[in-house]
Design a protein around this ligand. Sequence first.
Ligand SMILES: Cc1ncc(COP(=O)(O)O)c(C=O)c1O
Length: 426
Amino acid sequence: MTALALLGGPPLRTRPFQPWPQFDRAELDALADVLGSRRWGGIHGGSQGEVFETELADYLQVPHAAVVANGTAGLMIALKALGVRPGDEVIVPAMTYLATATAVSLLGGVPVFVDIDSATHTITGSSLKGAISEKTKAVIAVHLGGHPADMDSLGAVADTYGIPVVEDCAQSLGAAWNGTQTGSLGTIGVFSFASTKNISAGEGGAVVTHDDALAARIASLRDHGRPLGGTPNHPELGWNLRLSEFQSAVLRIQLKRLEAHLAVKAKGAAFLALALSRLPGLMPVPATLDPRVTAHGRFSFAFTFDGEAFNGDGYNSTSPGAFRAALRAEGIPASTRGLVACPDEAVYADITSRDYSSSRTVSAEQARVACSTLVLLGQAAGSGLLLEGPSELTDVVRAVEKIHENRIRLRQEQRRPARPHVSSDQ
Ligand SMILES: Cc1ncc(COP(=O)(O)O)c(C=O)c1O
């Protein structure tokens, strides 16, 4: 039996997986063209930003898309466009990247945390229903990891109560529900183009909608409160949350590559789902794909880790943190990066926090379980691993098998206080 790399043995894999983000000569040329044009920013006719907006809108089949500085800014713009004011409640998933909730708080709104469905890690119509009050102004559905939330049940409840649905599509560009792209299913869709996202310019975002009036407000809010079309008037408060021309030019190229990436990642994910679900204690999220998920964005390949089932001998279980650390040491990028149980973050849980913000928690039990047991592979772990074929992905399976063989040693180590690396996490 070879010793675990975490405990001084040789790592199973030393070769890196494919990197993320990906680029080639086309991005370099596009950047050089923008540089040479001396039009590096601003909003002007025929700009890279304007053309990218049209291309993105065409891809998503929505009439309006506005590029913005980042996804968090996009969420704030979306909520402000919907009229969210201090004290208004916005329903958000109890587990997400915290920006979904802080976008509400930064406007003085109150995030209302509802639990996720344990099978998909997204919210549903029934969780939404239990959280609605007379102060509810909007709900944010997060398509976590690229898996669309159940927009049928969410849409039905939201329609009944007249609540707009903001789709947080930061992780889901290219995902589709019943054949319709995420972002074009709700009232407003918000995308992020940060480094790990399905298309990236390092930072960036977009806000999309079918609604003409909302589109006009969105365009104005990202540009100092000036209506689109160059009028010098400022009828409302706005920010400067524009995107640079360099970023838009890169995103135009990246969008052309999106569908090819999605197809390859779908194969990688299918391989891992089959191979990993055969191993004890590992459960892909979701276990089976809902047929209404007609395309998965595959920002991550997610599975939960059950330490007792993994050990299978009735003794103390391997902790998910130790498992993730062991996997990383074997050369497999694995993470829970960024996902938190929002109500437990200091900004919402600790009244001594400098920016303690008011919130309301309806339920967060599954969110807490998921946060502690989740293992994420792929872009969520900063890697292009899902672009690999079976010959490379087999190393993920072999690494898990190696940890399984060494489970008694790992369990002993995780109990020793002098070994912080065993439980350290990312
Ligand atoms: C689900 C989710 N929402 C919002 C954001 C915020 O996007 P950005 O980092 O572009 O501000 C992210 C970014 O990781 C995210 O994953």
